[in-house]
Design a protein. Structure first.
Length: 431
């Protein structure tokens, strides 16, 4: 399945490329590949999960995501966890002790990464003080990480984070934080504490921002953090906002054509102007990964989901030992997929591999988007898919500019979009 890409050079001259997202071939107008495959790579087929073809989970995960609970001291307007809060199990400190004492009965080897998730993780401070020292003693070389809203950081927690070598990312939307919720950086004491944490932790501290319809100037976001923190602090982009409930749909997830165009302009500009965003951020890494897919001819049969939670080696558990679809949902609802005491019986039957969605198989953004959220459904999936499509169009444009020196200004072919409440026309990025 090939798509015709219209490219435009600096003088306005148009040319064509032909791209197949299923074979990762990119051809010029003469049919000559733009990338020479230096060494043929063997690609194993991915397990295509669905309720009828469930996935399994490994008791030797490379990434262990420990969900402490979904409570938070904030109530942000586009929180992807908000619809799952009532489904989260409530663990006491006795559960945490039991979780630790039972660890050897099911966890066969040290993970590469252990992540501590909320809600807001520091709401569960008493649990963290029990968990982290034991796990660090048991796994001295494992990477520990926490994503926090930053509002509960204090001197005690800074010392704890440093002692146990925890990577910390603060989820904050910079110029658009007011769209999300409260801003802890408005508090002088909190700002100074976060600056101290950055000074102590260096590149093991940074910010994560969500791109929304009201906050899509990625360069302005990065510059805002540098000004606020007094230097070029690490900024990553969690990607474009998804929709999971009616509150999110009404708060920055439902875009206009003009908003999509504005986002694309800012992303492409940031990628092609040689800024730090193009060099060091997740956006730049995403563009480079797309070019790698072309060089390595990654087939779609080897393509899993964007979040990687369809893989056996990615495991999310709560403090009662329940296994969940991912760290953002609760075990008491439909996303409880088993228990660590019987890993063989864990069944990832709550989600759909991208190949089970017709629009994904007929989308030129497949290799970048990788199916959006694997468990999202209905209008929420439709909105999330639409946002991912336009976001990844911009990333692909930036990547192809690096490779060709030309801007992609159009795509033609069998593009199938999920049906939504309103039609958003595709608008080419202004050259």
């Amino acid at each position: 399945m090939s798509y015709q890409l219209t490219m435009q050079d600096a003088n306005g001259k148009l040319s064509k490329l032909f791209y197949d997202p299923h074979t990762s071939e990119l051809l010029d107008e003469s049919g000559v590949p733009l990338f020479t495959q230096e060494q043929k790579k063997t690609w194993p087929d991915i397990h295509q999960i669905s309720p009828e073809n469930p996935g399994k989970k490994s008791n030797a995960p490379t990434t262990l995501k420990i969900q402490l609970g979904l409570k938070c001291n904030y109530s942000c307007s586009y929180c992807l966890q908000s619809s799952s809060i009532e489904d989260a199990s409530v663990a006491g400190l006795a559960d945490t002790r039991e979780f630790l004492s039972n660890l050897d009965s099911w966890l066969q080897e040290a993970p590469k990464r252990i992540q501590f998730w909320g809600g807001e993780p520091f709401v569960y401070w008493a649990h963290l003080k029990q968990l982290v020292p034991v796990l660090r003693d048991k796994f001295p070389d494992v990477m520990f990480s926490i994503i926090t809203n930053g509002s509960m950081i204090d001197q005690e927690k800074i010392a704890f984070i440093d002692k146990y070598d925890i990577t910390v990312r603060v989820s904050h939307d910079a110029t658009g934080q007011y769209l999300r919720g409260p801003d802890p950086l408005d508090q002088t004491e909190k700002l100074e504490q976060l600056k101290e944490l950055w000074r102590i932790r260096g590149d093991k501290f940074g910010f994560n921002s969500v791109i929304t319809s009201g906050n899509s100037d990625v360069s302005a976001i990065s510059a805002w953090f540098a000004d606020k923190m007094g230097g070029p602090v690490s900024v990553s982009f969690e990607g474009v906002v998804h929709s999971y409930d009616i509150q999110t749909r009404d708060n920055q997830a439902d875009w206009t054509a003009e908003q999509y165009s504005e986002m694309q302009y800012h992303i492409v500009k940031a990628l092609i102007n040689g800024s730090d965003i193009g060099q060091n951020s997740i956006l730049g890494n995403k563009a480079r990964a797309f070019l790698s897919s072309l060089k390595d001819r990654r087939p779609s049969s080897a393509l899993g989901q964007k979040c990687s939670m369809d893989k056996p080696e990615m495991l999310a558990v709560d403090l009662k030992g329940n296994v969940t679809t991912c760290q953002n949902v609760g075990a008491a609802g439909k996303h409880g997929i088993g228990h660590v005491s019987d890993m063989a019986a864990v069944s990832l039957d709550t989600s759909w591999h991208w190949s089970k969605r017709d629009n994904c198989s007929h989308c030129p953004m497949l290799q970048l988007c990788q199916g959006a959220c694997m468990y999202n459904e209905g209008e929420d999936f439709t909105l999330s898919c639409e946002n991912e499509f336009h976001y990844n169009w911009a990333v692909m444009t930036g990547a192809l500019y690096w490779a060709t020196g030309k801007l992609m200004v159009g795509i033609e072919g069998d593009i199938r979009r999920p049906v939504r409440r309103k039609i958003i026309p595709l608008i080419a990025i202004a050259a």
